[in-house]
Design a protein around this ligand. Structure first.
Ligand code: ADP
Length: 340
């Protein structure tokens, strides 16, 4: 939300701009009228002088066809066009200026809002695992626990530690992507990588159904294994996160010519058309209640997009049928990956 003070300032600047526009319009009209008056006075004067000097007979026709009147009329027409043209250019440049300022302002507000969202979610995301781990440790310190209870608590603490670890890794990776991200190139088989990650996911989300569909053979490509793994993990985690308990997730991989296509499809809550471009922005999270209930920082898809781009690939978001989302990545098979 915009602060009331900002709104006041905005209204004030709109007021000043509107005043300037009106004032300028008024001055243009005035100039126009004065110019016309001057022209008419000059014309009448010229006519009287010409008749007095007997240069022309005293008829309208003779005067309007005289070269002196024509020159005067031409000059007047030119001045009229000039006034109109200048007023048009001024109004147009002012309008463009206002539009540019407004756009910049809007971007700033959005960036500030995302930064604030990020701070809120990051604070929560950092604090809550630390608080749970601390609680577990304090419980251990205070009393002897039966074996099964101790195991349960340890498992929870480990999960929280893993969450914390992922968050810190995401933060570091996104900072790295902005400064000097160097692809660590080595041959990687994307189909194999997906299969390996599937095992981790199945262990982590026992209630979800994971289907791997290898549609064609897939060549090895040069790429950054850690980066590509992070792409697949982020997409699968999102698919699970935004599908509820019994997620149904399918990964499809195929190669067409020199392009490897990887699709991660879910049957989850789906993504509205107008959000599809925005979700790749840093810290962007869709603002509806369904997604706000889930944990996250809005960094995942930003990282995914940057890594895919660094491999000269592209990513698209499509609707799944009957519901849910498909993330489609096309990566060119590379003998050697070019640096960004
Ligand atoms: P995070 O998950 O940490 O919020 P991401 O960058 O991974 O951040 O995703 C950005 C937003 O895109 C999410 O907040 C969510 O609203 C939306 N999103 C991502 N993946 C999916 C998906 N598979 N289904 C529905 N919404 C998704």
């Amino acid at each position: 939300m915009e602060k009331p003070r900002n709104i006041q300032l905005r209204l004030l600047s709109y007021g000043v701009i509107a005043y300037m526009m009106l004032a300028f319009a008024w001055w243009s009209v005035l100039l126009f009228i004065k110019n016309r008056d001057a022209y008419q006075a000059k014309r009448d004067n010229m006519r009287l002088v010409m008749i007095a000097r007997e240069e022309i007979p005293p008829t309208d026709e003779a005067f309007y066809h005289s070269p002196a009147f024509r020159a005067l009329k031409k000059q007047y027409d030119r001045q009229e066009y000039m006034i109109l043209g200048e007023a048009g250019v001024f109004v147009l440049s002012l309008a463009i200026g206002v539009w540019l300022i407004n756009r910049g302002y809007h971007k700033e507000v959005m960036a500030a809002q995302q930064q604030r969202n990020f701070l809120l979610s990051i604070t929560h995301e950092l604090k809550s695992p630390i608080a749970s781990i601390r609680l577990v440790l304090e419980t251990f310190q205070r009393r002897e626990l039966p074996k099964d209870k101790a195991e349960h608590l340890t498992k929870n603490a480990l999960l929280e530690t893993e969450r914390l670890n992922k968050l810190v890794n995401d933060l570091l990776l996104s900072a790295k992507l902005e400064s000097a991200y160097q692809l660590h190139q080595e041959p990687v088989n994307l189909a194999q990588l997906v299969e390996d990650i599937f095992e981790q996911m199945e262990a982590k989300y026992p209630r979800a159904t994971f289907t791997f569909n290898k549609q064609t053979a897939v060549e090895d490509t040069m790429g950054d294994v850690a980066g590509l793994a992070s792409v697949i993990i982020n997409l699968m985690e999102n698919a699970a996160k935004y599908s509820g308990e019994d997620a149904d997730i399918e990964a499809r991989i195929s190669q067409h010519g020199h392009t490897i296509r990887l699709e991660i499809a879910d049957q989850g809550i789906g993504i509205a058309e107008e959000e599809k471009n925005r979700i790749f922005e840093k810290f962007y999270r869709i603002g509806n209640e369904d997604t706000r209930k889930t944990k996250g920082t809005g960094l995942g898809l930003y990282i995914v997009n940057q890594i895919v781009k660094a491999h000269r690939g592209k990513i698209e978001v499509l609707d799944n049928q009957p519901k849910g989302t498909v993330f489609r990545i096309d990566i060119p098979v590379a003998k050697e990956v070019k640096q960004k």
